[in-house]
Ligand binder design. Structure first.
Ligand code: NAP
Length: 312
């Protein structure tokens, strides 16, 4: 079996950017696009609607269309792609082994861009209205909720930060938290509590997202102390209960941090295994933007190219 120069695992802005750079460096990359999110390649942007903050697109464009364009560009330079999930890897020796189901592939180097996914509530209506009122990214979608009343679920730093961001657009932001005490740091709590546009609904959980078939119109919520259920009118629901990186298949192979993200060496995108690189949200729990993922995907490909050249 001939080993590939580089196998890219994952799609999204990081994976396709890594593919563009690797293909243009004549490495003839092979990319497993993966389809964990919604049964299709493209990653988290496939679940958003309009993207207005990616530089170079002054009119904005839809997330799925943006991913189509990334993909086309990677194909234009000869990237071979398979829309499959990688199910197992062995990085213990070179060439590295990568399996998609029963099929084994080998590679001199690997770039991992499997991303992360928002943790969702898992209540009825939530999936149906994703992109139509329900979002897990205030930075991406907050702008579309100008003068609307919105709800944000969560009690951590992300929920506080996103609640404050949403006050720039929304007329009112209600933070709904399942306990009567926040998990967020004191300073973030204080900032959120001092903001006149933010209200708190304590010990409250969302049990259903209600809508008119086209977009969400409100929520069914429950007071966990009294058990009382009622409807709550809202134009948007933001979920901020954490993210999880897609690193299950790497946990015995690579160094991960305590939250499961892949650790890369300072000043590079090389992982704890020489010849294995990573980029995008799978290494980043701070910025989580399409543009930063594309940037680190590019860095991973440049690192792989240099490393492969050194091996010759
Ligand atoms: P987090 O700290 O894990 O908080 C998650 C919140 O969601 C908790 O309040 C939790 O409730 C709630 N939650 C979890 N599952 C839920 C469910 N099924 N239903 C309802 N509520 C649920 O996550 P995070 O806020 O995303 O932060 C992740 C890390 O990034 C943290 O270390 C945080 O400090 C850091 N961060 C820092 C900043 C900053 O400093 N600017 C900004 C964002 C994030 P309980 O409290 O009851 O468990």
């Amino acid at each position: 079996m001939d080993a590939e120069n580089v196998i890219i695992i994952g799609s999204g802005p990081a994976g396709y950017t890594a593919a563009i750079y690797a293909a243009r460096a004549d490495l003839k990359p092979f990319q497993f696009e993966g389809q964990q999110l919604g049964g299709q390649p493209g990653g988290q942007l496939m679940l958003t609607t309009e993207v207005d903050n990616f530089p170079g697109f002054p009119e904005g464009l839809m997330g799925p269309e943006m991913m189509q364009r990334f993909k086309k560009q990677a194909e234009r330079f000869g990237t071979r792609m398979e829309p499959k999930d990688v199910t197992r890897v062995d990085f213990s020796q070179r060439p590295f082994k990568v399996w998609a189901g029963e099929t084994e592939h080998q590679a001199q180097s690997v770039i991992i861009t499997t991303g992360a996914q928002a943790i969702w509530l898992g209540v009825p209506g939530e999936e149906k209205y994703q992109g139509h009122g329900v979002s897990a990214c205030a930075t991406c979608d907050g702008f579309f909720f100008r003068d609307k009343e919105v709800v944000i679920v969560g009690g951590g730093d992300s929920a506080m930060e996103e609640a404050m961001f949403l006050t720039k657009f929304a007329s009112k932001v209600t933070v709904m938290h399942r306990r009567d005490e926040l998990r967020a740091s004191k300073i973030m709590q204080k900032r959120a509590m001092d903001n006149p546009k933010i209200e708190f609904a304590w010990s409250t959980v969302v049990t259903e997202v209600l809508g008119n078939g086209e977009k969400m119109t409100g929520l069914k919520i429950k007071d966990v102390k009294t058990g009382e259920e009622r409807e709550f009118e809202a134009g948007g629901l933001f979920i901020a209960i954490g993210h999880k990186p897609n690193t299950g298949i790497f946990k015995d192979q690579l160094e991960l941090d305590e939250q499961g993200y892949i650790v890369v060496r300072p000043g590079s995108m090389m992982t704890s295994v020489e010849g294995v690189f990573a980029g995008g949200d799978v290494v980043d729990h701070t910025y989580r933007q399409a543009i930063t993922a594309a940037g680190t995907g590019c860095m991973a490909a440049l690192d792989a190219e240099r490393w492969l050249a050194e091996q010759e």
